[in-house]
Design a binder for this molecule. Structure first.
Ligand code: ADP
Ligand code: MG
Length: 238
């Protein structure tokens, strides 16, 4: 699904160069659920924006679903992104004063679906995340966890190949964060959804099957997590 080789991203800041990514290589198979960890500034968000076709690498190879995306123009990247990627963010990024249903329908509007189709698909996605009874609530009428569920429904509604989530539990209390991780686990288990998420919380990361660690733009470890934490497990004190 994802093949990368020697990805680099260099930002020019005046005279100084920042190597946000410094030769990262890894592959992801369809249906994997992966956490990316690393200290602040280690390149996690930069890596996510390249994987998510929001930005092109300075050098290196990136093949997404058989498409070589490393040299694509902005327009081509936007097209691939719209078809293949669903994004979830720390701060939910929902439109205020707009119902859950309309928030979820938005990507379908851009993709040119008809009115009834949009409505049906958005309802189904909201149902999938457990919000079938909250479709007309606006973000301010929903809890943080519910808002993140709306954002996940919005990410799912185009049936993307990959869900990318940058610190999806970062703005939530730990119990709600675990519930969001259990939702990702069920999408992964029941729909074979490929999920890649960034977290700085080791307990959150342990809900996934594989943990990649970044430091200074380099992958310093990439390990299978043999015993992912399952739904209903009580969080032990650390
Ligand atoms: N648009 C940008 N312009 C210049 N430097 C950037 C930009 N985005 C990120 N950086 C730098 O690249 C490095 C990695 O950033 P980032 O990927 O956001 O790290 P993380 O998400 O792990 O905290 C940091 O040193 C950051 O300051
Ligand atoms: Mg970041």
């Amino acid at each position: 699904m994802i093949q990368t080789e020697n990805l680099t991203k260099v930002y020019q800041m005046g005279d100084a160069e920042v190597r946000a990514l410094d030769g990262a290589s890894f592959n992801v198979d369809k249906g994997e659920m992966i956490a990316i960890m690393g200290p602040s500034g280690s390149g996690k968000s930069t890596l996510m924006s390249i994987i998510g076709c929001l930005d092109a690498p300075t050098s290196g190879k990136y093949i997404l679903d058989g498409l070589s995306v490393e040299n694509m123009s902005e327009t081509e990247l936007a097209e691939v992104r719209g078809r293949k990627i669903g994004f979830v963010f720390q701060q939910f990024n929902l439109l205020a004063r707009t119902s859950a249903l309309e928030n979820v329908m938005l990507p379908l509007t851009y993709a040119g679906f008809s009115g009834k189709d949009r409505n049906d698909r958005a309802l189904k996605a909201l149902d999938r995340v457990g919000l079938g009874k909250r479709t007309h609530h606006t973000p301010s009428e929903l809890s943080g966890g519910q808002q993140q569920r709306v954002a996940i429904a919005r990410a799912l509604v185009n049936e993307p190949a990959i869900i990318l989530a940058d610190e999806p539990t970062g703005a939530l209390d730990s119990k709600t964060g675990v519930e969001i991780m259990e939702l990702f686990q069920s999408l992964h288990r029941d729909n074979g959804q490929t999920v890649i998420l960034v977290t700085h919380d080791a307990y959150v990361a342990r809900h996934t099957d594989r943990i990649i660690k970044l430091s200074d733009g380099k992958i310093v470890s990439d390990e299978v997590n043999k015993n992912p934490i399952k739904a209903g497990t009580k969080r032990e004190e650390e």
